[in-house]
Ligand binder design. Sequence first.
Ligand code: GLN
Length: 198
Amino acid sequence: MAGRPTVGILALQGDVREHAALLEDLGARTVRIRRAEELAEIDGLVLPGGESSTIDKLARAFDVRDALVDRLAAGLPAYGTCAGLILLADRLQGGIAGQRTFGGLDVAVRRNAFGRQRESFEAELDVPELGAPPVRCAFIRAPAIEEIGPRARELARLPSGEIVAAEQGVILGTAFHPEQTGERRFHERFLALVARAA
Ligand code: GLN
């Protein structure tokens, strides 16, 4: 990485375009990732929102899963939003039969944690690490972090108590979609992790 980082966006399914636009705007080069070979050239990876069980299935069908798990374990910086957070979690609750995650983040995540009446909502969230102002974020059939293991740490929780953002070394996960509300600070933080790892 000479100056400008190359960030891969896992493009099997989900909201790839919004992440690409925001990351390019913040000065990164972005590439879509669908195949194992494509992982070789990246300095960091974004796992977008979408449907985690579909992304899991496609990752196996496209034969990219094993290479991805290996690179994450070897210290590739990663940022997962919503379904992406689910895919980064070491432990999954409420998955469909046979659903697996890639892992990397020492947390247990519950899929669709907010039930029907709040399937989608926006919230203002205090994130001490990001300072003022609060983060405006969109939750879309979002997961929640049920339990944080000793290697990860909480970054934010809703007033109702659910943990919705966590970090572990160079891995970052949010249950919400900052890319859909014009919030740039999580992506900036991720790019700082990418720079640190380089
Ligand atoms: N409910 C979806 C899942 O289980 C996540 C929703 C999202 O990414 N916006 O994967």
